[in-house]
Design a protein around this ligand. Structure first.
Ligand code: AMP
Length: 208
């Protein structure tokens, strides 16, 4: 007889990637997602898609995101819980841009424990402020992100420092943080991430 399986306890990897805007999180998230065959879930992308498609959620968050502020936890948490409950996230996921506040950390803790699972590691990408401002201005020009003016970028970085950087302390206390220098080519940074995870026994299935 086949036993009922609690899908969330099977294999995979449950990871976070944290770092200031412009540190290259999105690019590295795509790489990790492919390496580990887990979905990369970016709350920023979810909000941008909804804004672009003018959904009710998009209309609600448009003003907030364009000023660089944070969408209220209640709304953000609900979206994340919804996304993580989808079948493709059953054996793992990489969250990019969530959690960003201590309230969101608490929500994620509760969600994980009620799904009988836990985080494996938190990847912290470190990058210098002037460097990320430069990167973000370039990206804004290339991708036509009209909301990314220098003023908004600096505002985003200040909010990151104030609200999100302290989360690293929380996860450090739990010994979950893998700190990676975000300066270098995409490949160099990717290899550093893989090495940092591997040192903790977290490896893509093929290389396990
Ligand atoms: P990002 O692409 O991750 O920098 O996100 C773009 C914008 O979406 C942020 O500046 C916030 O306005 C909003 N956002 C993304 N993730 C979150 C989150 N976890 N909590 C609150 N707001 C968020």
């Amino acid at each position: 007889m086949t036993e009922a399986v609690t899908v969330n306890t099977r294999g995979g990897a449950r990871l976070l990637i944290v770092g200031p805007p412009g540190a290259g999180k999105g690019t590295q998230a795509a790489f990790i997602s492919e390496s580990f065959a887990i979905p990369a879930v970016s709350t920023g992308d979810i909000f941008r898609d909804n804004i672009k498609n003018e959904t009710p959620l998009g209309l609600k968050v448009k003003e907030i995101t364009s000023s660089g502020g944070y969408v209220p936890d209640e709304l953000t948490n609900e979206i994340v819980a919804d996304r993580l409950s989808q079948a493709d996230a059953a054996s793992g996921f990489l969250l990019d841009g969530f959690p960003r506040t201590t309230g969101q950390v608490g929500f994620l803790d509760d969600w994980l424990s009620s799904n009988d699972t836990q985080l494996d590691a938190v990847i912290q990408l470190v990058a210098d402020t002037d460097h990320v401002v430069e990167r973000l201005l370039k990206r804004a020009a290339e991708q036509g992100r009209a909301d990314d003016t220098e003023e908004v970028i600096r505002q985003r970085l200040a909010i990151y420092e104030e609200q999100t950087a302290p989360l690293i302390d929380v996860y450090s206390e739990r010994d979950l943080v893998v700190t990676v220098d975000g300066l270098g080519t995409v490949d160099e940074v990717a290899q550093r991430i893989l090495a940092g995870l591997s040192a903790r026994g977290i490896r893509p299935a093929a290389a396990a």
